[in-house]
Design a protein around this ligand. Sequence first.
Ligand SMILES: [Zn+2]
Length: 354
Amino acid sequence: MQLLKELTEVPGPPGYEEAVRKIMTDRMRVFTEKISYDGLGSVIAQQGDAGPRIMLDAHMDELSGMVRHVRPDGFISMQMLGYWLDAALPDQRWVILGSKGPIPAVTDIWDAHIAPHDAPGHVQRQELFLDTGAANAADVAALGISPGDPVAPISDFAVLANNRYLAKAWDDRVGCAVMLEVMRRMGKTPHPNQIFYIGTVQEEGSIEMRGARTSAHIVNPDIGFSLEVGIPNDVPGPGPEAAQEVLGGGPGMMLYTFSEIPNRKLVAHVKRVAADRHIPLQFDFVPGFGDDAGAIKLHASGVPVTTVLVPGRSTHAHNGIIDRGDFDRTVDLLVALIQSLDAATVAGIKSFNP
Ligand SMILES: [Zn+2]
């Protein structure tokens, strides 16, 4: 719980993953001396020196913003980074990471007493500005804020009923935490593989999945697992065609995203291992979802990949929810998967010989 709290509360806008990278590197160093970085800032930790190269991937960055323009009246417009809903943005707390340190800010919302209406009950769409308390542009400059500065959401970690956790940035700090827990367990578990644990950068707001692409170039994996948040669809709203997981139903696996058609033999292998170990497994088919697996699979001549998921409600907002049981079962599944792989099994999964 402490790890999840630490990982979710730090800021990590795409291209400004410093705080997350520090936690990841410090924790990884306990389990291996082999730590390196790619040219964009992804951190790569290795366990094992021989055997198939297994890549575990979780991105360190989160949905964020960037200071775009400071108005003469001191209000600040933002370039949003990542797929935000308009509804998630007003009336939220943020931190601007300026040259003089973190500056708290809030996105404005019209006062209900004066908000202009299109029709009864329908407030007009509002332009979004950050309010730091500054009264003019000179105040903003004095705070050390200038265009290009990263802006991260603020949201405190909290424990809810049924061992469910509330926080921002489950996408994808939950994958980062799964990776660290798998690394801890694999440190004491014999296996015939080389495992590469990678905290990637700049996944959000890019269709290139930048850090996954550059780190795969270094790792040159035989098989890749992207660790991500799943999309439970168990609150009133979109129907089952949009997504299918439920919170508390165990780990998930993506069967389709806009960035990935997973390797069918690898999908069958994951299903078999989960069934053998009596780990519940959910399946998700989300056309509106893309992740690092889409970049890993296109490395070199092509890599079998799939995405393993911890379901999380409201992943692209300030207040998301995961279930602790789902987290623990996802770690169990990854450990079992790595133990199930060896040179012959990996060669079988990679083979397209008819
Ligand atoms: Zn993600």
